[in-house]
Write a protein that binds this ligand. Structure first.
Ligand SMILES: NC(=O)C1=CN([C@@H]2O[C@H](COP(=O)(O)OP(=O)(O)OC[C@H]3O[C@@H](n4cnc5c(N)ncnc54)[C@H](OP(=O)(O)O)[C@@H]3O)[C@@H](O)[C@H]2O)C=CC1
Ligand SMILES: O=C1CO[C@H](CO)[C@@H](O)[C@@H]1O
Length: 274
């Protein structure tokens, strides 16, 4: 059975924890306390972005944790306003400074946007080649964005972080990523709490003496999806991480798979023109 500290091997050989903490809409002391609590509980990956305005607090909590730098996997992202070669390099310096970390583990293009993600990708490749980041990837990329990027570049993204939860399984995109050795990572893995009353989930949760959130996160892990639930509530930070002591049966996995309606809570990447 997987453990909280377990990692998956990315396509460049770097190990990434299969589970971590999201930090969107978590700011100031609240996010600092959440990251501290998570690291104390054994979380080893933290997801942030320049957009979230919390890199300083996230970095401070990581640096104060007493953990060795190599034991915490830090992801941040270049926002849409900073797409393009020069702007992305400058944005990276700001993120690195805000986090107070010399090397970032994973740097992602936050959204594909329209035309500039290839220039942004060249900037990320440079950061990777010079050792400022240990891995580079993308977020919210559709199959056609990935194909277009890979046709143009010798570097395959290690990760594609996309909206994914039982209502949005992302099967074709996940299959494409599996074929191309790109790790899928789920954002809004709990659909921001919207599935708490779902009957299939509540009945499976009851069977295992677990919560609906724990069942959803376990379903993601068993589908080999990296998951990063966000919470600033200490009891939920703990609850979400207690998913390494039970197994969903094939039948239960299939039952949760039937919840896929394609419903999104975020924007569709093809409808967003930044
Ligand atoms: N690349 C991208 O474009 C995006 C990336 N992300 C990343 O993914 C992370 C996770 O996604 P996010 O959008 O935050 O949504 P999540 O699905 O993780 O849901 C977070 C919400 O659920 C609540 N919650 C957490 N745990 C529980 C629980 N056990 N029971 C009930 N409610 C719970 C939280 O409340 P509370 O905090 O009050 O406890 C919060 O309101 C983000 O934080 C961010 O790091 C997110 C969106 C887009
Ligand atoms: O990372 C993010 C946080 O959530 C936002 C809205 O849900 C997204 O647009 C953004 O990409």
């Amino acid at each position: 059975m997987k453990q909280l500290s377990d990692t998956i091997l990315l396509n460049n050989g770097v190990a990434m924890p299969c589970y971590g903490l999201g930090t969107y809409k978590a700011e100031g002391n609240e996010v600092e306390r959440a990251v501290t609590a998570a690291l104390e509980l054994g979380y080893r990956a933290i997801d942030t972005a320049s957009l979230y305005g919390n890199e300083q607090e996230v970095g401070r909590a990581i640096r104060a944790s007493g953990l060795r730098r190599e034991d915490v996997f830090v992801t941040t992202k270049v926002w849409n306003d900073d797409q393009g070669y020069d702007r992305a390099l400058a944005a990276f310096e700001k993120s690195r400074e805000a986090l107070g970390l010399e090397v970032i583990d994973l740097y992602l293009i936050h959204w594909p946007g329209v035309n500039r993600y290839k220039d942004t990708w060249r900037a990320l490749e440079r950061l990777y080649e010079e050792g400022s980041v240990r891995a580079i990837g993308v977020s919210n990329f559709q199959i056609h964005h990935l194909e277009s990027l890979m046709n143009d570049s010798h570097t395959v993204p290690v990760v594609n972080q996309v909206e994914l939860h039982p209502r949005l399984r992302q099967r074709p995109l996940h299959d494409f990523c599996l074929l191309n050795n790109i790790q899928i990572e789920a954002w809004a893995p709990l659909m921001k709490g919207k599935l708490q009353d779902n009957e299939i989930l509540t009945s499976i949760a009851r069977m295992h003496g677990k919560s609906v959130s724990q069942v959803i996160l376990r379903w993601e892990l068993q589908h080999d999806i990296v998951t990063i639930p966000k919470s600033v509530t200490p009891s939920r930070i703990k609850e979400n991480s207690e998913i390494f002591d039970f197994n969903l049966s094939e039948e239960e996995m299939n039952a949760i798979d039937t919840l896929d309606t394609g419903e999104r809570i975020g924007r569709h990447p093809d409808e967003v023109d930044f």
